[in-house]
Ligand binder design. Structure first.
Ligand SMILES: [Zn+2]
Length: 204
């Protein structure tokens, strides 16, 4: 199988619960135990025939203690013609920085844990614009996130929309306390909504 690093076609990106750190995943390389889907992964197809492995592409992932390029497995369904890629759950589609760094940046900002946020920002060499971008995206998605949380946790008491900072803080606390690991939340959220909680809603 060759490595295709430049994509000109739109590939549907899915997320699987990888249970490994980025570094462990990277070190496994081609030996990683990539998921073996039993059915087509496209929501409009779902034919119960395993899509065939279809090479790899490479993407960056940057997190605390690791900065490297990892292999992403691709699959192809010959029945619907779609190509898929399966991202490990420490990644967010279209983001180079790992899920946990983005989540902590949001959590620590909205909980006002500024010293922690400063350490994170400094270690990742983030500019102010990084943080502003993550916050803007999260705030823009709050309504969507709350709607999906309502589906995943029917009993949950969601914050009102009177003050967006308070609303953001409460939603982050619900995520932190309700799911423990951010990877577990992100993967379940994706399964529930076919999207990530930090996706551009313009693309949705
Ligand atoms: Zn298909």
């Amino acid at each position: 199988m060759g490595i295709l690093s430049c994509e000109v076609i739109i590939i549907m990106q899915l997320i699987f619960d990888s249970k490994t750190t980025p570094k462990q995943y990277y070190q496994c390389g081609y030996e990683y135990s990539f998921p073996k889907p039993h059915t087509c992964l496209h929501p409009d197809c779902k034919i119960p025939v395993p899509p065939r492995p279809h090479g790899y592409y490479i993407r960056n992932v940057i997190t605390l203690g690791f900065n490297g390029r990892i292999l992403i497995r691709r699959y192809y369904c010959k029945y619907c013609g779609h190509t898929f890629s399966y991202l490990p759950s420490f990644c967010l589609p279209y983001f180079q920085y790992s899920l946990v760094t983005i989540f902590l940046a949001l959590l620590w900002h909205y909980l006002n844990l500024i010293p922690l946020l400063k350490v994170l920002t400094s270690r990742l060499q983030w500019q102010r614009q990084h943080l502003q971008f993550y916050r803007r995206r999260f705030k823009a998605n709050l309504k969507f996130i709350k709607a999906v949380l309502r589906q995943m946790m029917p009993q949950v008491i969601l914050p009102k929309e009177d003050d967006i900072k308070k609303e953001a803080r409460k939603v982050l606390i619900i995520v932190k306390t309700g799911f423990g690991q951010i990877q577990a939340f992100s993967t379940r959220f994706f399964t529930q909504s076919n999207n990530t909680f930090m996706a551009s809603r313009k693309l949705a």
